[in-house]
Design a protein. Structure first.
Ligand SMILES: *[C@@H]1O[C@H](CO)[C@@H](O)[C@H](O)[C@H]1NC(C)=O
Ligand SMILES: *[C@@H]1O[C@H](CO)[C@@H](O)[C@H](O)[C@H]1NC(C)=O
Ligand SMILES: *[C@@H]1O[C@H](CO)[C@@H](O)[C@H](O)[C@H]1NC(C)=O
Ligand SMILES: *[C@@H]1O[C@H](CO)[C@@H](O)[C@H](O)[C@H]1NC(C)=O
Ligand SMILES: *[C@@H]1O[C@H](CO)[C@@H](O)[C@H](O)[C@H]1NC(C)=O
Ligand SMILES: *[C@@H]1O[C@H](CO)[C@@H](O)[C@H](O)[C@H]1NC(C)=O
Ligand SMILES: *[C@@H]1O[C@H](CO)[C@@H](O)[C@H](O)[C@H]1NC(C)=O
Ligand SMILES: *[C@@H]1O[C@H](CO)[C@@H](O)[C@H](O)[C@H]1NC(C)=O
Ligand SMILES: *[C@@H]1O[C@H](CO)[C@@H](O)[C@H](O)[C@H]1NC(C)=O
Ligand SMILES: *[C@@H]1O[C@H](CO)[C@@H](O)[C@H](O)[C@H]1NC(C)=O
Length: 502
């Protein structure tokens, strides 16, 4: 476990030291350099510097900035720990960010077993008043074929059941309820997951500060039963999660507006987020910057906005759920997408109307798999399957023509309107604003994992896949630029997705 806050300061320093236009005409070298650069940054939490204004300025594009204030959870300031009163120091897998914190001395109390039998059941926090709560979550492998609908013409999902990256997102309960009744700390035993996968998971990441320090431990291989036995015989535990809240921090979103040569009052919004905990989450800016260089030489017909939001890893502080960080920007800048009648942005007539959006996230992820029986978690050396979305039939047709995956024989386009899960990432805000879109999200199981300092994250990136995805995006974006708004179509206002989620 590393000191995240310190990492953020190192980043701020590196931004000051490394600012420069520096781009190469050799795209392979450029990609490799960007990947190397990201690997050197490691954790980039919300509030860390935003990629990469200097490259946009170097292309003579105007750079606009929103500095958004928020309260930053700075921690852990020391190694989180759980010590039982029989002297055992339990291995801590991870901490729950913004859950709560202790001082350096930690908190202690009786260990109370409030494990639940189903994920829906709310732990009986009351039982653990003034004590340390022991509860549990269990990873449930999901078969993509069961939850994602593909457009006609796409092969069905055939990847089999795999571990979703964000199990803890939906499984960890609302900890405010625990804080309200005076639980001193919460220990989550995480079951059915390899230790390597659980270690360092930065999850759930969608909560505001809740007021009760919470740690994860491995719960498989008899560990949960062991802790339950300890609770049953009246054991005590001391829990330390040293952190502090820092008010008046800020997180930056940057964007550029490249005026169209022809359709000046229509816009296309291409976005990504810039904060993340590893090299895959997030690297989408590389595609946007590659396209920016192309647009500098060949301007678009339609006004094109490249948007780099810097609040994804803590979006709840910036927009009311289910909105996300991009929603904050959409809410603040209706003049850039909402159409005629907007009072602002007089330089564009106050009437830009977005006809399409496109979100790029998690390029080129290498797939890792787990073998729970042997507690093994390992790189398969294969590319993570692409989760490629198109929200209208014409955009699906466009992808079928222009998209080449890392595996050139498989272009699988998913229809978010009829899929069960809400689309992850910063694409969802376009849906809420009815902007048709094409987007890519890959969800490797380690998406939210903070890797050990000595781990070289470059090995998580399939450079050839990054390259083919960026080339595909550039073809698709050019093709969208050639289409009329009518031809792009409107996304459906019905469908499973809307029934379930709005
Ligand atoms: C911007 O990107 C270049 C690589 O293209 C890198 O050298 C530079 O450090 C980056 N700057 C920031 C502030 O991220
Ligand atoms: C581009 O860069 C790659 C990686 O550094 C190198 O292997 C390749 O030879 C370069 N190509 C050209 C045309 O310079
Ligand atoms: C907690 O652990 C028990 C025993 O392994 C299991 O039956 C139960 O499903 C778990 N609860 C959750 C929410 O994962
Ligand atoms: C969590 O519970 C508290 C009540 O203690 C409530 O105010 C809050 O809205 C809940 N948060 C979420 C995300 O449901
Ligand atoms: C202390 O209790 C834990 C949890 O039951 C157990 O795993 C460990 O072996 C015990 N250590 C000693 C020294 O008894
Ligand atoms: C109580 O549990 C602790 C932790 O598992 C263990 O070390 C200790 O021996 C147990 N004591 C009794 C009396 O069972
Ligand atoms: C854009 O401008 C054209 C010509 O000035 C006009 O016909 C069209 O209605 C405008 N579109 C929007 C969305 O305002
Ligand atoms: C992946 O590649 C590495 C390095 O070549 C190798 O050691 C490892 O066995 C490979 N893993 C699998 C699952 O093939
Ligand atoms: C794609 O399909 C062609 C023709 O069936 C085959 O020769 C090629 O090996 C396949 N490529 C991959 C990466 O599977
Ligand atoms: C695209 O629209 C779909 C619904 O049509 C939505 O689920 C998704 O989040 C949107 N994605 C992007 C990138 O805008």
């Amino acid at each position: 476990m590393q000191n995240l806050a310190r990492v953020v300061y190192v980043l701020l320093l590196s931004a000051v030291l490394t600012d420069g236009v520096g781009h190469s005409r050799n795209s392979t070298k450029y990609l490799a350099d960007e990947i190397q650069y990201l690997a050197s940054l490691k954790v980039r939490l919300t509030g860390s510097p935003t990629h990469n204004a200097s490259q946009l300025e170097g292309l003579s594009f105007p750079v606009f900035t929103d500095e958004l204030p928020f309260t930053y959870y700075k921690g852990p300031l020391s190694e989180p720990s759980i010590i039982l009163n029989n002297g055992t120091n339990l291995p801590v897998a991870s901490f729950s960010t913004y859950s709560g914190f202790t001082g350096s001395a930690g908190v202690s109390g009786r260990l109370v077993d409030i494990t639940t039998s189903t994920p829906e059941e709310v732990p009986d926090w009351e039982q653990a008043r003034d004590a340390i709560a022991l509860t549990n979550i269990t990873n449930v492998p999901i078969d993509a074929a069961d939850v994602f609908r593909v457009w006609p013409g796409s092969p069905e999902w055939s990847t089999g059941a795999g571990t979703p990256d964000i199990s803890a997102e939906g499984l960890v309960r609302n900890l405010t309820l625990a804080a309200d009744v005076g639980v001193k700390a919460v220990i989550y035993a995480w079951q059915n997951a390899a230790t390597g996968l659980v270690d360092g998971q930065y999850a759930p990441f969608h909560n505001l500060y809740q007021g009760v320090p919470t740690l994860f431990v491995q719960g498989s291989n008899g560990m949960l039963e062991d802790l339950q036995a300890a609770a049953a015989n009246g054991s005590h535990a001391a829990v330390t999660l040293e952190a502090e809240l820092q008010r008046h921090q800020s997180a930056r979103t940057i964007w550029t507006v490249i005026e169209g040569t022809d359709l000046k009052n229509e816009s296309v919004i291409l976005n990504t987020h810039t904060d993340g905990v590893n090299i895959i989450e997030e690297n989408g800016h590389i595609a946007l910057l590659a396209y920016a260089r192309e647009l500098a030489e060949h301007p678009p017909r339609r006004t094109t906005i490249l948007l780099f939001v810097g609040q994804h890893m803590h979006f709840v502080a910036f927009a009311q759920p289910p909105q996300r960080a991009t929603s904050r920007w959409l809410n603040t800048h209706p003049e850039l997408w909402a159409g005629r009648g907007q009072r602002r942005a007089p330089q564009y007539g106050g009437q830009l109307k977005a006809v399409a959006g496109s979100c790029v996230e998690h390029l080129g992820a290498v797939h890792w798999a787990e073998d729970i029986s042997s507690d093994d978690w390992y790189s398969t050396n294969q590319t993570e399957p692409e989760l490629l979305y198109a929200s209208t039939a014409p955009l699906n047709a466009l992808l079928r023509r222009h998209w080449r995956d890392a595996d050139p024989n498989v272009t699988r386009v998913t229809d978010p309107v009829d899929s069960v899960p809400v689309q992850g990432g910063e694409g969802y805000p376009f849906f809420l604003a009815d902007i048709p879109n094409v987007s890519l999200v890959r969800n490797p199981s380690y998406l939210l994992k903070i890797w050990p300092a000595a781990f070289d994250e470059v090995q998580l990136v399939d450079l050839a896949a990054v390259k083919s995805q960026i080339e595909s995006f550039k073809r698709v974006w050019r093709a969208i630029d050639e289409m009329s708004a009518e031809d792009i179509g409107e996304q459906r206002k019905d469908g499973l997705h809307r029934e379930l989620h709005t």
